[in-house]
Design a protein around this ligand. Structure first.
Ligand SMILES: Nc1nc2c(ncn2[C@@H]2O[C@H](COP(=O)(O)OP(=O)(O)OP(=O)(O)O)[C@@H](O)[C@H]2O)c(=O)[nH]1
Ligand SMILES: [Mg+2]
Ligand SMILES: [Zn+2]
Length: 321
């Protein structure tokens, strides 16, 4: 059989054993499978290949519909995001690879994302060198109750103090969407977050031609319905590419020691340079500058508590969901 090699295609979708690839910046998706050799590798991973991965392979001549291309090589990753697959699982799941930016989408109203979830996501972004921004969506609903308004202000305050940008938008009214579109231009960005916060609705607002499936949150539990089921990259009419993702249910940190954890809380790391002891874990040691920064309000008590909780995890320095 005649073979024609290809290089540097980008994975834009995975469904079972089939991958969709394209050559960026163009957009002419074709189907591919993994070579047997690659399938055997990486048994500690639920997915050897993730959306955003760059790959080499070969096309089969005169490709008919069922003649998928074959991926023979995964190119080195610039970065990636990874999490534990599930409780007690030793397997890990690569969320996406080669990201320019990660957005954690939150709802200003419902459903609410627990702070520990946000912090685990941000810690992972720091550890794997993916810049991250928080997006507070559904701000059009902030008039529903004063409680929501103060909660949103609280969230903004905590994360801005930690050094993160917090964008306020409404996919419904379009508020803040031009600013977001400008940030996404010329980049590959991930939209992550729990189900129902409006990831796919935001994508549709940015580019109505995407026409992604969305669904209202459950009126009984105010939770999302896990409408999006695949990670998938989409080109935006305003420029750039976004990866829309299924709502994340749990976020387990991976391979992180107690000694390195504080490096991934930027504001705690900054304060730690003045700690009295080398190797201070900022958990009550004398002369701890982090504790002092918390008392002064430079580091928020919420983020510090989050840090201490992760530090206290009994799993020998490795963290579970
Ligand atoms: N009021 C209001 N509702 C919104 C906004 N954005 C999204 N929604 C609604 O929130 C619900 C969930 O939106 P989706 O886009 O399906 O949420 P998702 O994050 O993609 O959810 P999964 O795919 O399940 O992870 C839908 O009913 C949307 O109409 C917004 O800015 N304002
Ligand atoms: Mg969705
Ligand atoms: Zn300290």
């Amino acid at each position: 059989m005649e073979q024609q090699v290809f290089q540097n295609a980008t994975v834009i979708k995975q469904t079972g054993s089939l991958y969709r690839l394209t050559f960026l910046p163009g957009w002419e998706p074709f189907t591919a499978i993994l070579s047997g050799r690659l399938r055997l590798k990486g048994d500690h991973l639920t997915n050897p290949l993730a959306v955003g991965d760059r790959v080499n392979g070969y096309l089969q001549a005169a490709a008919r519909q069922n003649d998928a291309a074959v991926i023979t090589e995964i190119l080195p990753r610039k970065n990636y995001l990874i999490r534990k697959s599930a409780n007690l699982s030793r397997q890990a799941h690569i969320i996406a690879a080669n990201l320019d930016w990660a957005y954690i989408i939150l709802s200003a109203t419902e459903p609410q994302t627990p702070f520990p979830f946000i912090d685990r996501f941000l810690v992972t972004c720091q550890a794997y060198r993916v810049p991250a921004t928080l997006v507070l969506n559904k701000t059009d609903e902030l008039d529903l109750a004063d409680g929501y308004r103060s909660q949103a202000a609280h969230c903004r305050n905590i994360y801005q103090r930690a050094g993160y940008e917090v964008l306020e938008v409404s996919a419904r009214t379009g508020f803040g969407m031009d600013l977001l579109a400008g940030k996404l231009k010329d980049k590959i960005s991930l939209f992550s977050g729990i189900s129902g916060v409006g990831k796919s609705t935001l994508a549709n607002k940015l580019d109505p031609s995407l026409n992604l499936k969305t669904a209202s949150i459950s009126s009984a539990h105010l939770t999302g319905k896990h409408t999006t089921t695949f990670y998938q990259m989409h080109p935006l009419v305003t420029g750039g590419y976004i990866i829309d993702s299924p709502g994340i249910k749990g976020f387990g940190l991976l391979e992180m020691t107690k000694e390195e954890l504080y490096h991934y809380f930027p504001e705690i790391f900054a304060a730690s340079s003045s700690c009295r002891f080398n190797g201070c874990l900022h958990a009550g040691e004398p002369g701890c500058a982090v504790k002092e920064a918390v008392l002064k309000g430079v580091v928020s008590t919420e983020r510090y508590d989050s840090y201490l909780k992760l530090l206290d995890d009994p799993d020998g320095g490795k963290y579970r969901i």
